[in-house]
Every structure is written in C-alpha cells, then in structure tokens.
Design a protein around this ligand. Structure first.
Ligand SMILES: [Zn+2]
Length: 433
C-alpha cells in the first residue's frame, strides 16, 4: 500500500461534496465536506455583507444545497474563477468575522473545511441573555432570596452527534429532548431557574460550557448524555463526578476519554486551547466541589433507580473535562446505553424521557433540601421542611388535602406538570405562607 501525505496535491483536486450549517446564538459554523485537504482563503466584504470562500483547484460536483433558514446566511452562491479557484459566496444578513481550519476524517465524516463566523453584536446579545437568567433568579419575588440556578447541559451537538444507536438515533438529539423536559420541571419549581447551556443543534466547546455556567454563577451543573459500548447488552443509568486522582474503574476512564474527545469531533481550533481552561483548573480538592458533586450525584442516581435499571449503584469518578468547575457541584448523567437496542427505543419514547427528567429532578430537589447555599429561596424560606413519601393509592389531591395545601401549590412546589404520582417519590410540602 502506498501512503500519500494529505495536502494540496495539484494533481488530485479536492472536490466539494456538500455543506452543513450550524447556527448558534453567537456564531455560525459552516462545514464543507471535501474529498481531500485543500488550500483555501476566506475573507469578508461589506456593503452588502458577504463572506468569500476561495478553494484552490477544487471541484464542485453539484450545486451546493443547504437550508439557510434561521441562519445568518441569506444565500449561498458559487462560481469558478478563471485561474481555477472555486469561489463560494455567502450573502450575510449581518457583519461577521471569520476563522477557518481543516478537520481530518473521523468515524462520522471525511475531510472537512470549517468556517466559523462570529459577530460581536451577537456575542453581546448572548452575554445579555446569560445575565438575564441571573436577573430572573434574583427577581423571583421571594424577598432578598434568589432562585437556585440549575445549569442543564445537553451533551454534544452540531458536528458532534455523540453516540449512535443501532437504529440511527443520535445521542445529541435524545439528550436535548431530555434536557428540555428537565428545563420545564426546573422552570415550574418554586425557587429554581434553569440555564440551558446548549439551546439548539450546534456544538459548544467543553470549556465554553464551563464558562457559561460559571458566568451565570450556577448552583449546579448537570451534563446529560447517553452511553455506548461495543457489547450491546450493556444497559442502565449511571452518574459520574470528577476525579482528581485517577478513575474509579476502567469503564469510567474509558468513558471520560471518549466524552473528552467531543472537542476534537465537534471541531475546536488548536490555537484556541488558551489559558481560559488552565485558569479553571485550580486545586479542586480544596473547594469541596467534588464532595458536593458526589453527594448530589448519589441523590440523582438513587432516584433514577426508580425509573431505570442502574448500571452502577454508586457515583463513579473520572477526569471529565466538562465537570472541572472548581466552584460548582457538577455531575454527568449517562441516562442509558444508546448502543442497547431496547434502551435506544426507551430513550426515544416521550413517556420514558419524562420519567428520566422527573427522577433527575427529584434527586436535585433532595440534594438542595439539605444543601442549599445561603441567600437562596431554598435555604431561607420555610420551604420543603415537610416531606411526604408517596405510597400506593395516594393521589395529588388526597395528599394536598391531608396537608391542607392547594393541589396547585403542591404541584408547583414540586415542579409537577401533571397529577401523576409514582409511589416512593418524595414530595416537598410547602410551608404556610
Ligand atoms: Zn456523550
């Protein structure tokens, strides 16, 4: 077998096979699928705003087709220059600056040219919406006390599909659906405000996930995933926390390694590996964050055990990049094994997604009942002092009657969106006010 170095070999023109667009709130990523690496140049023009992508000697097999709906791109045009360059012009609805890099083939895709377009004004808007969450948490009409901010991180996204089930389900899609269900519950709960780290189908670099949660001063960070393993019989839910000195098992180590590869698959420029992360990696052992993470993780795991089999009955630890906030209790939940055909089907079912979200929520509530930071509604209010474990045959209205609270108040205190109760669930009984 002969080996060729990848590069711009003029005798082997690269051909452009397609383009994908991933719109994030503060940036737009275009990914060109190529048959090979290519010399390229990208620049911006204004009045009207355009981005020009010149590809040296590249072929275009058929006209580029991509939906530009809900993106900053109005139209994509292409043409050939006299000197053999293939020119792709993007008509933009706003002014942007561009950065590009090539990505090597991986399991999912071949050679790719990534064009990242960012906009200063969109960045500011994103920052504003982050601060909006903080304001919302402060203005909860509970006197001086603020809401708890729960950061919900749907894993992967955009160019990084995560694990793939035997019938083609992408991890990034099911974890987003579960994240949205958890968001609804947090939103409905008294004294809690959700913060969605990823809010659509686009990639967020691991350190940006950390950064967002820290800027919003989140009280908890929950990263939601679905595992995959070569043995399709592997099944069950598991919960992970950060470890600073080695993983608790080979499996946990393997998982952390594969989750940490998200940046490579999703595409982060090498020159971006700046000090931001280094500054985050202070001595975590002094902050107590790991202990708190283990604590909340155990609550979540126990509650998940009521709706799904557990893969491991204790919280495992490994060096997960996304859990490295020194000041926020952080857990990573592997909801189930997407590689297991029956768990894949369950992960797609809305009934099961609801149960998973509800059980995570119960775990979060149990944790904050005893560990709410000072100055929060949960720490200060006479709230959640009474607990009630639902037994068979009890209904929401019968419990409400027993404690002399309205069913509506009981529902909202527990973030329930319907009257369905599962035996064994712990309910907070709202205090008199
Ligand atoms: Zn994952």
């Amino acid at each position: 077998m002969l080996l060729f170095l990848v590069g711009a070999d003029p005798a082997m023109a690269s051909s452009v096979e397609g383009v994908r667009l991933w719109q994030a709130p503060d940036s737009l990523r275009l990914v060109f699928d190529l048959s090979d690496g290519v010399d390229h140049e990208v620049f911006e023009l204004d009045d009207p705003d355009r981005v020009v992508v010149d590809l040296e000697g590249a072929e275009l097999e058929e006209a580029l087709e991509a939906s530009t709906e809900d993106t900053w791109v109005e139209e994509i045009r292409s043409g050939r220059h006299g000197d053999g360059r293939l020119r792709v012009v993007l008509d933009m609805e706003r002014s942007v600056s561009s950065k590009t890099f090539l990505l090597e083939p991986n399991e999912e895709y071949g050679h790719r040219l990534v064009v990242d377009l960012t906009s200063e004004s969109a960045k500011e808007e994103e920052q504003d919406s982050l601060m909006e969450v903080v304001r919302e948490a402060e203005e909860n009409q509970q006197g001086e006390n603020r809401d708890l901010i729960i950061a919900i991180d749907a894993g992967h996204g955009g160019e990084d599909p995560g694990a793939r089930g035997p019938s083609g389900t992408h991890e990034k899609d099911v974890v987003m659906q579960i994240a949205r269900r958890l968001e609804k519950r947090v939103e409905a709960a008294e004294g809690m405000t959700p913060l969605m780290i990823r809010d659509g189908d686009y990639f967020v670099a691991l350190r940006d996930r950390l950064r967002k949660a820290r800027e919003a001063k989140a009280d908890l960070f929950v990263s939601i995933h679905a595992d995959a393993f070569e043995n399709s019989r592997a099944h069950g839910s598991s919960v992970y926390a950060l470890s600073q000195n080695g993983a608790t098992s080979e499996a946990a180590k393997r998982l952390a390694k594969s989750e940490n590869e998200a940046d490579l698959i999703g595409g982060v420029r090498l020159d971006d590996k700046d000090e931001t992360l280094a500054s985050v990696l202070m001595d975590l052992s002094q902050t107590g964050a790991i202990e708190a993470s283990l604590n909340v993780g155990q609550e979540v795991l126990e509650n998940m055990g009521g709706v799904n089999e557990l893969h491991k009955s204790d919280v495992e630890q490994a060096a997960f990049m996304v859990l490295k906030s020194p000041d926020i209790p952080s857990i990573l939940v592997e909801t189930a094994f997407l590689s297991n055909p029956s768990e894949e089907q369950r992960l797609r079912s809305s009934a099961h997604q609801k149960k998973l979200a509800a059980s995570m929520m119960s775990g979060i509530r149990s944790y904050f009942r005893d560990n709410a930071p000072p100055g929060t509604v949960w720490a200060e209010k006479d709230f959640g002092t009474a607990e009630h474990v639902v037994s068979n045959g009890e209904t929401l209205s019968s419990i409400a009657q027993d404690y002399r609270v309205s069913p509506g108040r009981l529902r909202s205190a527990n973030g329930l969106d319907d009257d369905m109760l599962r035996a064994g669930t712990t309910l907070d009984i709202p205090g008199g006010s």
